[in-house]
Ligand binder design. Structure first.
Ligand SMILES: Cc1ncc(COP(=O)(O)O)c(C=O)c1O
Length: 415
């Protein structure tokens, strides 16, 4: 007989917590303290942010990096740096965080949703092609969960239609596509250093590029429209102050020393867990195509097909949590179904255009299915421990599968 599920009164698979995030120690403290003691806390006075920009950009195959206050601003400034006009259409996936699309609206442009692939959770290159209109100017593929989107066909489409591509690499620090680093695959890329991210300073972001002109435009935009040859009170374009501070720069420099090792650990543990879980009926870990040469595993994602597994997603998640395995269903609905889109609550943006947009007509069945029924997320820090942690996660899934009949019964009676 199967072990009794913890949810039904049995003992849990695991009682110890997983690796806590963020990870920091004496080196982080020393670097932040040293920056503090210089009294040079703004990026224009010290060297921490500029040193970090150079290191991070280089690690991601780029000549230029412009650090900013967060990854939403870096996306928006990227669109603005390219000189795109108000009302331009920008293709984005519907299975992503709010910012991928909100940054487009805050640049006074129109997000157009193209569905994701069910297997990889990433933008479907064929859906991108189908979403193009004469007004399309840009594409923002998201490397969702830290796995690069299929960039070659997306870049080929962009080239054919003369479109700008900005990677939303908020999840993808250290990831690679066909051995080329995320961040260097489009014309520009945007990363986030918000608390949950694989590299964090609490808040922060960076824009990377190999295009010197775009880099100069971004640098100006993030610094109140100043230019290198200008004097302090001389402003050339509309913008604001989006500079990152030196204390965050110092912390990022210390954290960056750990990134390579942590990325290797997540990637190896992710592969192990994937192989184990794929053996269970109705459990489909995120597909890992050959082009995904390094997965950053900001999230370990899988799909559950309830009819095949024998219990629905909500029951699985509840049972896993009781077994000591934190997990979540992720987004409750696709991005275009957010109240902001339904009500076109765009504030002063897109005047004249907003009232003609009807996001209720958007058709993205894969994203909807993931949100409504199938997606399950595990957080990146769970992949930072030893192999035994992966065993615990896999054993908990196996145990829940073995106890699925009792679990489904409980789910039915508690309705
Ligand atoms: C996919 C994606 N894009 C953009 C962002 C925005 O980054 P930030 O929170 O630093 O503004 C986030 C995250 O928070 C994200 O998950």
């Amino acid at each position: 007989m199967a072990d009794k599920l913890a949810l039904l009164g049995g003992s849990p698979v695991r009682e110890r917590p997983f690796t806590r995030w963020p990870i920091f120690g004496e080196r982080d403290e020393a670097r932040v303290l040293a920056a503090l003691r210089t009294g040079k806390w703004g990026r224009l006075d010290g060297n921490e942010v500029s040193c970090f920009e150079e290191r991070f950009a280089r690690m991601h195959g780029c000549q230029h990096g412009i650090a900013m206050v967060n990854g939403t601003v870096s996306l928006r400034l990227g669109l603005m740096a390219a000189g795109l006009q108000a009302g331009s259409e920008v293709i984005v996936p519907p299975y992503t965080f709010f910012s991928t699309a909100s940054a487009v609206i805050e640049a006074n442009m129109v997000p157009v949703f193209a569905d994701v692939e069910l297997g990889t959770f990433n933008l479907d290159p064929r859906a991108v092609e189908a979403a193009i209109t004469p007004r399309t100017r840009a594409i923002i593929p998201v490397h969702f969960a830290g796995q690069p989107a299929d960039m070659d066909p997306i870049m080929a489409t962009a080239e054919r239609h003369k479109l700008l591509v900005i990677e939303d690499a908020a999840h993808a620090h250290g990831a690679s596509y066909k051995n080329r680093p995320a961040g260097s695959l489009g014309r520009m890329a945007s990363f986030s250093f918000q608390s949950s991210k694989n590299l964090t300073s609490g808040e922060g972001g960076i824009l990377t590029t190999n295009d010197a002109e775009l880099a100069a435009a971004c640098r100006s935009l993030h610094n109140c429209g100043r230019i290198p040859s200008g004097v302090w009170y001389e402003h050339h374009v509309i913008s604001g102050n989006y500079r990152l501070g030196e204390l965050q720069g110092a912390l990022l420099n210390a954290q960056l020393d750990r990134l390579e090792e942590q990325t290797k650990t997540r990637d190896a543990n992710g592969r192990t867990l994937r192989e184990r879980l794929a053996k269970l009926p109705g459990i489909y870990p995120q597909e890992r195509p050959e082009y995904s040469t390094r997965h950053a595993y900001h999230l370990f994602m899988l799909r559950i097909v309830g009819e095949e597994f024998g219990a629905p997603r909500a029951a699985l998640i509840e049972a896993l949590r009781a077994e000591g395995i934190p997990s979540s269903p992720g987004y409750g609905f696709s991005l275009h179904q957010q109240p902001m889109f339904v009500n076109r609550a765009f504030g002063p943006y897109l005047p004249d255009i907003a009232e003609k947009l009807d996001y209720s007509q958007v058709h993205c069945p894969n994203s909807d299915l993931l949100c409504r029924e199938q997606a399950v997320w595990l957080e990146q820090s769970m992949l930072l421990g030893p192999r035994e942690d992966m065993d615990d996660i896999a054993r908990a899934f196996e145990k829940v599968y073995a106890g699925r009949v009792a679990l489904a019964q409980r789910a039915r009676t508690s309705k």
